[in-house]
Design a protein around this ligand. Structure first.
Ligand code: 5RP
Length: 232
């Protein structure tokens, strides 16, 4: 089975957690998109949900497929958010933001009673950090913010390239109009300490460490999809 099939398997398993009448956060990325396709079939069959998308990209797909959408301001409390991830550790701490939607993803996850992560099992890691950590920054003061990130990381024993994300030969801009620095720190032994340190930098809008946010994860592998639960 290839990664695309495993992502579809995880997405299909997640459907079992969607109940009629739910207020549902809908994630971003290829796994989340596989979920949207399956969700749209259920909606066409009569399932009633109200979805809050985590990106313009997901919103466009939902509209195209007929999944009913509301804004987070209309539905500020959600029952469940279902989203992908770039890495998942044994405590279900995550690195997210490979698709650049980490800010809205984190705002929506914080508004949801539960977060269900859907991944192929290649995303499961013992320690976060092999995947470059996306750090969303305000374009104003980019160089100063970058220095602060390097300094705070160095205090925690972390070094590595910080690459300003590009797309089609231009600086990638998020839905919120910000830039992303992808930080190749390697292994991050204390992700919570790094999260707190990054949150203290004024030019950092948000970062892709999701600490104690996911309550469940579905990881799909060649032998099937398994449910992982966090103690939060
Ligand atoms: C987008 C994300 C995605 O959930 C993450 O990058 C995983 O993507 P994919 O499902 O395509 O592997 O965080 O910002």
């Amino acid at each position: 089975m290839d990664a695309r099939e495993l992502k579809s398997m995880a997405a299909a398993a997640a459907l079992a957690y969607v109940e009629d009448g739910m207020r549902l956060g809908i994630g971003t990325g290829s796994t989340a998109e596989a979920f949207v396709h399956l969700l749209a079939e259920k909606v066409a069959d009569g399932l009633r949900i109200e979805g809050v998308p985590t990106s313009e990209r997901t919103a466009r797909l939902c509209v195209e497929l007929g999944v009913p959408l509301r804004s987070l301001d209309e539905l500020p409390e959600l029952d469940l958010v279902i989203d992908g991830a770039d890495e998942v550790d044994p405590d279900l701490n995550l690195i997210k933001g490979g698709g650049g939607a980490l800010l809205r993803e984190k705002i929506v996850a914080a508004a949801a009673a539960r977060m269900l992560v859907i991944v192929d099992e290649s995303k499961l890691v013992d320690t976060l950090g092999a995947f470059p950590l996306p750090i969303e920054v305000n374009p104003f003061g980019l160089v100063a913010t970058r220095h602060s990130v390097e300094q705070k990381a160095a205090h925690l024993g972390l070094t590595g390239d910080l690459v300003l994300r590009q797309s089609n030969s231009e600086t990638f801009t998020t839905d919120g109009g910000h830039y992303i620095l992808d930080a190749s720190f390697g292994r991050i032994p204390d992700a919570e300490a790094l999260s707190n340190a990054l949150n203290a930098i004024p030019g950092v809008v948000e970062h892709g460490l999701f600490i104690h946010m996911a309550s469940m994860a579905i990881a799909a592998g060649p032998t099937g999809a398994r449910m992982l639960r966090a103690n939060i």
